[in-house]
Design a protein around this ligand. Sequence first.
Ligand code: ADP
Ligand code: MG
Length: 601
Amino acid sequence: MAIHRLPPLVVNQIAAGEVVERPASVVKELVENAIDAAATRVVVAIDNGGRDLIRVTDNGAGIPFGELELAVAPHATSKIETTDDLNAIETLGFRGEALASIASVSRLTLVSRPAGADEAGRIEVEGDRRREPRPDSGPPGTTVTVRNLFFNTPARRKFLRTEATETGRITRTLEALALGHPRIGLKLTVKNRPVLDLPAGQSPHARMLHVLGGELEPQLLPLELDEHGVAIRGMAGRPEIARGTTQHQHVFLNGRPVSDRAISHAVKEAYRGLLDPSRHPTIVLFLTVDPGHVDVNVHPTKAEVRFRSPSTVHTAVLSAIRRSLRDADLTPAVDLGPQPAFSSGLASGSARGVATSAFVEHFRRLDPAQKGFVYSEVRQALQSEAPEMLATEATHSTVADVEVLPTFRPVTDVLQVHSSYLITSDEQGLLIIDQHALHERVMFETLMRAVGKGNLESQRLLMPAMVEVDPTQIELLGELRGLLRRIGIEAEPAGPAAVAVHAFCSFLFERGVEPPDFIRELLDKATREGVNADPEAALHETLDMMACKAAVKAGDRLSPREIAELLRQREAVERSSRCPHGRPTTLRLSIEELERQFGRR
Ligand code: ADP
Ligand code: MG
């Protein structure tokens, strides 16, 4: 085939291939146009998942009669003029492509009336056939109607999913746009039935609650930061409301919904250790940066952007979220479910009676040492001057500068039950603490601070400790050398299947961890999972393991002094509500929940 110019229809359909992936993309482009036209109210109507009908009506600036043909022509826009304009885009659209693209794969009708005009104008396009504009009636504003989407592109049509799926995508697209533009009233009807109705003039906060669900309010922590030309507002969800998908993550840059790797990474990083890595936090971020510091012309649907300084944005997002999480009390509340039916008296009493007596029986049979005790000594230990710290023996300098946060308050009574849990209280209710999980977090933070200052303190052994290993693990030892040095361990191969440990980490030593156990576990883990190529990540994983080994275990009886110290450190370290793997260390049973359960209200 000789080289030839493509007919305009094909050119537009190629452009449509990028911009108009599915009905939700049409809705996005049309609503963005309405927002750019300064509309205060936008109504979207769809039928059959947008396949049969998408209609977007706005009360914005409208299009003059003489410009109707240009509006649906490719590369025609009223939003930019010169190359310089491209460097500082403040509108959502600028490519002048959307209407032409949509029209090339559907039957499109546009009716528009500018504010001052006496009457509206109408233009109809279907594939490459266009009707002359003609006068029409209608209120000020613009209505774009798109019927039979992809009627002439069967390949695209085949990729559409069920009506419910496409409707869901449209709803989420609108919710995202609505979050970014809280003052614009937005309504969606599906087959004439309203499914979304957001009033005009909402504050960003009210809009967030309206879209995410008002019941989430107590779970959302406000965010605010202005730093190095980046302003951030929004909400960070408590770890409990994290989801299995990123559906509840909304990031806006200058009002535009975007997905950006640096930002996603910062969000993940901020929640690290507070969430299981497979969960995604609920978060709404509104970023404002100088339009000149970001290139939005890198993606056809403008979903991705390029920052001039991604690291500045990364740092800002990370510190905004971290700060708000740090300032909050992240102890998860226990919800015991519906209040039991007290009024039914004897009727329900029998079932309940069985449960209670079984529990009482079990408790009676327990060894007295397992039942737990009220430690009035704990209180004394807490109040005593200059108490020893649980880990002080190991890392003097590092624990001493764990700053005590201003939330510190003395604990009154504590009970250790089943040698595993500590039960105490604060002003909001009852706290149930998993001693191992909490101590693991404390150990982890202690180790993090210590390695931040240099290699961990090391202790030379009088006689090297010999560890039998698998011959294939000898090679791994070489890969781990740098890591071992940082955690204060010196180990050399000693024959084809043995390792000699010459020096061991003082911290682990003093927490009763034996060198052979630790080295073997480290090598086994490296064999199983490989050594992380990122040295910082590999170090974190190892500190994690060290914290777990060094921490008190479930089943360890703790002395009053140890309990006092653990509770003190709960106040002192960051992220004490979760262990390094994201599981809770503490649960709170609030006074309200207790009153509800006991039928006091
Ligand atoms: P872009 O938004 O990139 O400029 P579009 O193809 O989406 O390109 O729209 C072309 C032009 O049509 C816009 O620049 C604008 O002038 C006009 N337009 C489109 N939709 C509307 C609307 N809802 N209200 C007013 N003008 C509109
Ligand atoms: Mg547009």
